[in-house]
Design a protein around this ligand. Structure first.
Ligand SMILES: [Mg+2]
Length: 293
């Protein structure tokens, strides 16, 4: 019996892909459906959605992606085209007096997300270096590599197929996708949950009772989070829980990554890293696991 391998967990959308470029059509389609749902004129609803998006860019920490029943603030809304739609949709439902029930909103939100996410499956846009990193990881028999994503398993598998068709060498990852990870799911009744995290510059706590996500990660590492490195593009969603459990975490920056997330990770020493590009990720994965906590 050899020593347990180290586990590498990759987020996919926004981490391996360019969420802004890939998700641009998401806004158009989603807003068109919001017009149908609210009964508003298409042009008016679009103008209002654009105004709300501009307000979010102007004051990002005032907006959060809310999910669940009751709704919980689970992620920054500004960071990508998918999360950005959640406060926009809620505000439009409020203004038009439709879908008042939180459960209905949550259900419809999931339907709209899945429907418009398909546009990104048709035209994935990979970050520079994604293929190189995944091919390099595929050669590493000493690492146990997984994709853990909120998106559908098949959706992300089909993006991997596209990349494999373009560049080759990444098909090995296809059966190693765990979708529907529910990283946003909060379980207030989880007794072993890490406490909420309060960060300077963010006027709400970061909730870490992500029991569902914890279960998936714990299953991959047999509960030994010190063996785990997680790479994601949103600290709150991808990294806050595993970091609290003792995993090493790497944040791949996007244009709207919040400053408070970067400041927190800079204080974590060798157990955290921030990347502008994917080409530095492998060096971080290969840091000795006993790098000072
Ligand atoms: Mg992501």
């Amino acid at each position: 019996m050899t020593a347990a391998r180290r586990v590498v967990v990759l987020d996919f959308d926004g981490t391996m892909t360019d969420a802004e470029k890939e998700g641009a059509p998401f806004f158009d389609g989603y807003v068109a459906d919001l017009a149908t749902l609210t009964g508003g004129a298409a042009a008016d609803v679009r103008a209002r959605a654009e105004a709300l998006r501009d307000a979010m860019f102007a004051n990002p920490t005032a907006y959060a992606a809310e999910m669940g029943r009751p709704p919980e603030k689970v992620a920054p809304a500004v960071v990508d085209p998918y999360l950005r739609m959640t406060p926009i949709a809620r505000q439009l439902y409020d203004e038009h007096g439709v879908l008042r029930d939180a459960g209905d909103r949550d259900r419809v939100g999931t339907l709209l997300y899945n429907r418009h996410y398909l546009t990104t499956v048709e035209h994935p846009v990979f970050r520079k270096g994604a293929g190189d990193l995944l091919r390099a990881l595929g050669r590493r028999t000493d690492l146990d590599v997984w994709v853990v994503t909120n998106s559908g398993t098949d959706h992300v598998a089909s993006k991997i197929d596209r990349l494999d068709a373009l560049e080759g060498g990444v098909a090995w990852l296809r059966p190693r996708v765990k979708g529907f990870a529910g990283k946003f799911k909060i379980d207030r009744a989880w007794p072993e949950a890490p406490p909420d995290l309060t960060l300077p510059g963010l006027p709400r706590p970061i909730l870490r009772q992500r029991h569902h996500y914890h279960g998936i990660l714990a299953g991959l590492c047999d509960g030994d989070f010190r063996r785990v490195t997680v790479i994601g593009d949103i600290f709150e969603l991808d990294l806050s829980l595993p970091e609290a459990m003792g995993a090493r975490v790497g944040l791949v920056k996007g244009p709207y990554t919040p400053a408070y997330e970067l400041a927190y990770l800079r204080e974590r020493g060798p157990r955290a890293a921030i990347f502008d590009e994917l080409d530095a990720v492998m060096d971080f994965i290969d840091l000795p696991t006993d790098a000072a906590a």
